[in-house]
Design a protein around this ligand. Structure first.
Ligand code: NAI
Ligand code: MG
Length: 357
């Protein structure tokens, strides 16, 4: 008997989430068999617009009790703007998970894969391989502020950035730990302390203090403007890039865009203390324009499954899934049509499961 038993809350959500999540689960089950751990998936129909249409809300009142005890959440995508406005569906589900489960790390790998045309000229697989670590709970995305003298000449709007020592230090610690565990041991901090003269110098100060605990990690910092330029011009310079909520948001879309397609990009919303389950999902949304046709690329979902296994303490199985993804992407007939291939969602998912070594 194995004590490597993982209870996973599986939530497909809307649109192509219903097509990609089963492929993720297929690959997870194949990995469990090969690597000798046990998966206990529980399937939930909430956090979807279908659920909203039946119940008038995105999730049941006791959602936290229903999934709070699981080891992780495996999520598809939420959103069906024709029936529920996006801010309602997003704030009624994903944002609640991130806040209430204290998933203060948003982690996105940026990696150029074989078979994916790179929009940056002359780059090949191996040239681009880094992580963006985004602070996911505070910073620029605060609810502190307000509007005064509305609809008059004196109209004033203010929104404050909130940086707490706890909030800044914990994201930096996660990023330095990650950098220390990687071969290059290199951390880059995104700042703007020349223009934003209170919070960003504070961020820099905390980076410097945290770096003292990691003598083996080489670190540098760039202002966000030149940093975005360097993502495009010198993506090979980076290993782990850490940023505040806003800067991390921008970098974590720009990074995957530099590697070709959002159809394959994965992400983790992580509570490193494991007080709550972490959530793993593809970067893409529910893609209403192609939903229901069985043609969605399942790789972003499957790669998210690999990140989840890494988090759960199964790094070998996780690495095997990423290798299998690389093999599948390298073969045109196994790729989905967004990558110029011929495979449908299920064929691509099955191919990854079969390629596991
Ligand atoms: P989207 O990512 O759903 O789609 C953008 C474009 O990329 C579409 O043309 C789509 O067909 C294509 N695409 C996306 N994923 C693909 C895949 N796996 N394979 C092949 N093609 C793929 O973004 P969009 O259209 O802005 O949003 C649609 C809905 O998804 C909205 O309701 C939005 O709020 C929601 N959304 C949810 C997210 C989440 O659950 N984390 C993230 C982003 C959007
Ligand atoms: Mg974004």
């Amino acid at each position: 008997a194995s004590n490597r038993i993982y209870r996973i809350a599986v939530i497909p959500g809307d649109g192509i989430g219903k097509e990609t999540v089963p492929e993720g689960v297929r690959v997870l089950e194949a990995a469990a068999k090969k690597y000798g751990f046990e998966l206990r998936p529980d399937h939930f129909d909430f956090a979807s617009c279908d659920y909203y249409q039946r119940h008038g809300q995105m999730m049941p009142d006791d959602w936290k009790a229903r999934i709070g005890g699981h080891d992780a959440i495996f999520f598809g995508a939420v959103g069906w703007p024709k029936v529920v406005p996006d801010h309602v569906s997003l704030w009624g589900s994903l944002i609640l998970f991130r806040r209430e489960f204290s998933q203060y790390v948003n982690l996105r790998p940026v990696r150029l894969m074989p078979g994916v045309p790179c929009p940056l000229v002359g780059r090949k697989p191996g040239d681009i391989d880094f992580y963006v670590v985004r602070e996911n709970t505070e910073g620029e995305y605060s609810s502190v502020g307000g509007r005064m003298f509305q609809d008059t000449e004196r109209e004033v709007v203010i929104q404050e950035t909130v940086m707490s020592r706890t909030g800044v230090d914990r994201i930096l610690k996660f990023a330095f730990d990650l950098a220390e565990a990687r071969p290059k041991k290199h951390l880059t901090s995104a700042t703007k302390s020349n223009g934003i003269s209170i919070t960003m110098p504070y961020w820099d100060e905390r980076v410097e203090a945290m770096a003292k605990h990691y003598p083996g990690v080489r670190w540098d910092k760039y202002h966000i403007d030149i940093l975005t330029a360097n993502f495009v011009l010198h993506p090979d310079w980076f290993d782990v890039v850490v940023g505040s909520n806003l800067f991390g948001d921008i970098l974590s879309d720009l990074g995957p865009a530099c590697t070709g397609t959002i159809g394959i990009a994965p992400s983790g919303n992580i509570n490193p203390e494991r007080d709550f389950p972490s959530l793993f999902e593809p970067v893409h949304g529910s893609a209403p324009d192609i939903a229901g046709r069985g043609i969605a690329n399942p790789i972003g979902q499957i790669w998210s499954a690999a990140m989840m296994l890494d988090h759960l303490g199964e790094p070998e199985a996780a690495a095997a899934i990423v290798r299998a993804i690389e093999r599948v992407l390298a073969e045109q007939k196994l790729r989905t049509r967004d990558l110029g291939g011929a495979a449908d969602t299920v064929a691509c998912g099955k191919a990854v499961a079969e390629m596991l070594d």
